[in-house]
Structures are given as C-alpha cells and as structure tokens.
Design a protein around this ligand. Structure first.
Ligand code: PRP
Length: 170
C-alpha cells in the first residue's frame, strides 16, 4: 500500500493542532470525546502534546460495517460516561467523509447542553460531504481515496499501522 501521510508529518501537524487548542482553551479543562474505534490513536497522540489539562471520554458508533462505503445509517454502540452539561467539549474524530457520523454525534451531544462544542478531525475528505459539517480543527484535507492506518481500518485490520496509507484491494 502507498503511504499518504508519513509519520513525521503526522507528528508535526498534531503538535500544531495541540498548540492551537491549548491557546484557544487556556485556563479551561476541555472534555475530549473520541469517537471509537478509529479516533483512539489520534486522541492519544493529540492529548500528549497539549499544554493544558483535559478530560477524556469515549463514544462508539459505526456506519461502514466492514465496507469502503458508508451505509448511511449511523449505529450507536456506546455512550460517554460523563455529564457534559456546562462543559467545553471537543469531539475527536479520525476522519470526516460524508459527515453523517459527526452530524449525528453533534446532535446527540448538543441536547446535553455543553458550554461549547467543537470538532477536531485528523482527516477531512471534503468532496464526499452529504451534510454540512465544518470541523473547527483539521489535520489534513485529503482526496477521495480510502485510507487505512493510524487508527483507520478496513475490515477491522490495519489500525495499528503507524502511518496513513491509501488502501488498495489485494
Ligand atoms: C469511520 C470514521 C468516522 C466515520 C466517518 O468510522 O472513524 O467515524 O467513519 O465517515 P462519515 O463522515 O462518512 O460518517 P467507522 O464507521 O468505519 O467505524 P470505526 O471508527 O469503528 O472504524
């Protein structure tokens, strides 16, 4: 498989994102909600570069069901464990594609009345959008290629790869 984003580039960009978030949330303790499974690698690298305190929680949803195309239906698998009312929340995602997942999660979390709600994604596949979602923090904009590695899977495999690759059927 061909490398799309190298280790050094991931590291450098994530450091920049963490710096920006640290400046924007200075004096606050934001709650980072990572969307499982894909976001766990990005979250762990991102929070270790922060210069502020933070809290983490996890939500699990899925819509790809082992395919390279979104089924269009978001399936809710696991909720966060915290009460986020009045908290500054940042949703952490590995990738936004059609936007259906983030649109759904945003609506679910907004109902719980956080003080603020922002979105941080590592990869933004803008051309595939079906609903309007504008992430507040974006690592990289990418073309319409299926990517794996660094948390992202195909059929649950390749999440452990340290770089981001364009997936090619073998
Ligand atoms: C992937 C990814 C995002 C979502 C983005 O999750 O982690 O959550 O798809 O696609 P969308 O913008 O078209 O909704 P997936 O359903 O593959 O589950 P996973 O994170 O467990 O791999």
């Amino acid at each position: 498989m061909k490398v799309l984003i190298k280790k050094e580039d991931l590291k450098r960009r994530i450091k920049e994102l963490a710096k920006q978030i640290s400046e924007d949330y200075r004096g606050k303790t934001p709650v980072f909600i990572a969307i499982l499974k894909g976001a766990f690698v990005f979250l762990s690298d991102l929070i270790r570069e922060l210069e502020i305190d933070c809290i983490v929680d996890f939500m699990a949803v899925t819509s790809y069901n082992g395919s390279t195309e979104s089924s269009g239906a978001v399936e809710f698998l696991k909720d966060i464990t915290m009460d986020i009312q009045g908290k500054d929340v940042i949703i952490v995602e590995d990738i936004v594609d059609t936007g259906l997942t983030l649109d759904y999660i945003k609506k679910v979390l907004e109902l719980r009345k956080p003080a603020s709600l922002k979105i941080c994604v590592l990869l933004d596949k803008k051309k595939k959008r079906k609903v309007k979602i504008e992430p507040d923090y974006v690592g990289f904009e990418i073309d319409d290629v299926f990517v794996v590695g660094y948390g992202l899977d195909f059929g649950e495999k390749y999440r452990n790869l340290p770089e981001i690759y364009c997936y090619e059927e073998r």
